[in-house]
Design a protein around this ligand. Structure first.
Ligand code: FAD
Length: 622
């Protein structure tokens, strides 16, 4: 519990915006109801693929493990690099990007969850759905989508607890019921939230949004969170997801402190589609420990997140040839998009002294109330998504044309010479400027009241044009992956963020007069940092565009390896990523369940050969 106020990601929110009146389609609402937070179109399924064998893990991984082990005929093994439960050991891994030239050579701090539950064990617990236009745009990239059934949702009707939040209504109609997971609103608001509420937002032209979960997110609203104030362990999402896989099932094995080091492929047989077959997964506790190998009977599913999944692929010989050859790794399958298309939400917060009580003040008081479930269910809850029209005072079309021309004039920021990756960048760029620029949010404003005596509002870039990459520079899978987001490598990103900061200034009246150059210098030297939402390093795009997975989430060229986590989104959504990732995992588990692929006996791991590896362990295939 205490975790809420300690959580790093607190970014916060304040609210919203302006226009956009798209009526959600029935399909959209239907999808929105699935597993509470899922609003994705049905990804087309193919006749291949299947069950599971090894999961490299987490937020997405636990949902998958839970769903796939519902079928007692499947055996599921979850390999998680971190611990099983939060205890004295850190629940995270703490990375830093390489120095960013456009941010005054700063390395940017990138924490990631390293525990069963992944980054949900350390995140700020907002549950914000992407808008319909974002999801439809993804769908248009895939060129196909079907509807999906609504099921497994649960919304507990709320009583008087929300009475004090009347200005930020919560529409139960957009939430399902019957599922294992419930988003909730805090039982208690904070006076600082109210103070910066609708009237302050209105001065900046931002209106209150009545229904942020129905496909339109533009406007200001109170975000639901993954904290359930009515449950004992309300504040720890991981245990609650963990309960989905409890009571223990005899066909589900969860192995913590097991880092997947590589996938093993058979060189003896290919599938009927001429794809390479994975027959084993290697893992170890740490660099000095024995490496174990487990045989795969059906599938390997990577859910290691935007850093873990591309890393495992590259250490397995699947990735860009130049990266693999540079460190002397054999190329099993050339896939130039692995690690590419990396995007992140960059954010910058402006703080000022608060004249009203903040959550930080309450916590500092150490009063009984500060320890109550009611208070601890509070997150920084006010958010606002704003569009280009508001940011550019109605001149958004002019700047949109300028952005479009930048690509036409040859401005690309892709750190790859692969023509496929470059084509993919162009495709997503054009989609971003044509569809998302006029229709989707460009900036999220987040209000934070967790510090005593001060309030801050962040301006977070939602649809970046800059592209980075992650890559390996060592054959040791325990060495950290290299992170190069290339922040601000595209000039539009800085301009959009600067406009967001100006809007924050209007709402908070905090900055006083600042020139564009002064704001840019502040962003560069200290202001701009990550919102902790990296994505896209295993993008679901066509192979010819540097894609890594197809619409069945299956890795190109491999018969039985999928990636199912936040690394597959081909572009950043204007939303926080956890709720989308739950939905993705739910859909992914359905796809896997429909698959019938089995590793042919001639391609199975050679137990005799593995047995000869002496002290290295061999686990029975699952
Ligand atoms: C500080 C912070 C605050 C955030 N705040 C919010 C928020 O308020 N709302 C929101 O929606 N989103 C938030 N996010 C983002 C959100 O939590 C992530 O987008 C989401 O958890 C991604 O899920 P995932 O399954 O893709 O990966 P992760 O949750 O990162 O899980 C990956 C898992 O894979 C494991 N793993 C990686 N490599 C290996 C390997 N080789 N072998 C075995 N296991 C491996 C890791 O240990 C980890 O457990 C925040 C993130 C952070 C870091």
């Amino acid at each position: 519990m205490r975790s809420i106020l300690r959580s790093v990601g607190f970014i916060t929110i304040a609210t919203t915006l302006a226009t956009v009146s798209a009526t959600p389609s029935p399909l959209h609402l239907e999808l929105a109801a699935r597993y509470e937070e899922n609003i994705f179109p049905r990804l087309p399924t193919s006749s291949t693929s299947t069950t599971i064998s090894s999961l490299g893990v987490v937020l997405a991984g636990l949902v998958l493990a839970s769903r796939l082990s519902e079928d007692s005929s499947r055996r599921v093994l979850v390999l998680e690099a971190g611990l099983q439960r939060r205890c004295d050991a850190p629940a995270g891994a703490y990375y830093e990007s390489i120095k960013q030239p456009m941010l005054n050579n700063r390395g940017i701090y990138w924490p990631r969850g390293k525990i069963l539950g992944g980054s949900t064990a350390m995140n700020a617990m907002y549950l914000v759905r992407p808008s319909q236009i974002d999801v439809d745009s993804w769908q248009s990239l895939l060129e196909s989508a079907q509807g999906h059934r609504q099921e497994r949702e649960l919304h507990r009707p709320r009583g008087g607890a929300m009475g004090n939040r009347g200005r930020f209504p919560y529409d139960a109609a957009n939430h399902g019921s019957g599922g294992p997971y419930e988003p909730e609103l805090p039982a208690r608001s904070c006076s600082a939230s109210s103070a910066i509420g609708p009237s302050a937002l209105a001065t900046a032209g931002i209106s209150t949004l009545q229904n942020p979960n129905g496909g339109v997110t533009m406007g200001g609203f109170i975000s639901p969170s993954s904290i359930n104030p009515y449950e004992q362990d309300a504040f720890l999402l991981a245990p609650r997801i963990y309960r989905l896989v409890c009571p223990p099932r005899s066909n589900l094995h969860i192995l913590p402190e097991a880092t997947v080091t590589k996938i093993g492929f058979t060189d003896k047989l290919r599938s009927s589609t001429n794809e390479i077959i994975a027959h084993s997964v290697e893992f170890a506790k740490d660099s000095a420990s024995t490496r174990y190998v487990v045989g795969v009977n059906r599938e390997v599913i990577l859910a290691g997140g935007p850093l873990g999944s591309p890393k495992i692929l590259m250490h397995s010989g699947v990735g860009p040839t130049d990266v693999l050859q540079q460190i002397g790794l054999d190329v099993v399958y050339e896939l130039p998009g692995v690690g590419q298309h990396l995007q992140d939400h960059l954010t910058a917060g402006v703080a000022w002294e608060s004249r009203v009580e903040t959550a930080g003040d309450v916590r500092a008081s150490n009063s009984d109330f500060s320890k109550s479930s009611e208070f601890l269910s509070f997150i920084n809850d006010a958010v606002a998504f704003v569009n280009a029209s508001l940011l550019f005072n109605g001149n958004d079309a002019v700047y949109g044309t300028e952005i479009a021309n930048m690509l036409a004039n040859g401005t690309t920021t892709v750190p790859s010479t692969s023509p496929e990756v470059i084509e993919g960048y162009k495709a997503v760029y054009n989609l971003t400027v044509q569809k998302l620029w006029p229709g989707s949010a460009q900036i999220e404003m987040l209000m934070s009241v967790i510090s005593p005596g001060s309030i801050s509002i962040q301006s977070a870039l939602q649809h970046p044009y800059s592209r980075g990459r992650v890559y390996i520079n060592s054959t040791n899978p325990f060495d950290p992956i290299v992170i190069d987001p290339q922040y601000f490598s595209h000039p539009a990103d800085r301009t959009i963020m600067r406009q967001g900061v100006k809007l924050v200034r209007l709402v908070g009246a905090a900055l006083g007069d600042r020139t564009d150059d002064q704001i840019d210098a502040w962003l560069t030297n200290s202001g701009a940092n990550t919102q902790y939402h990296p994505a896209s390093a295993c993008a679901m795009l066509p192979r010819k565009w540097g894609g890594v997975v197809d619409s069945d989430l299956k890795v190109y060229g491999l018969a039985n390896v999928r990636v199912i986590d936040s690394s597959v989104y081909p572009f950043e959504f204007a939303a926080h990523l956890a709720s989308a990732t739950y939905g993705l995992a739910e859909i992914g588990s359905g796809i896997v369940k429909e698959s019938t692929f089995e590793v042919p006996s001639g391609a199975k791991v050679d137990e005799k050969e593995l047995g000869r590896q002496g002290k290295n362990g061999l686990l029975a295939g699952v």
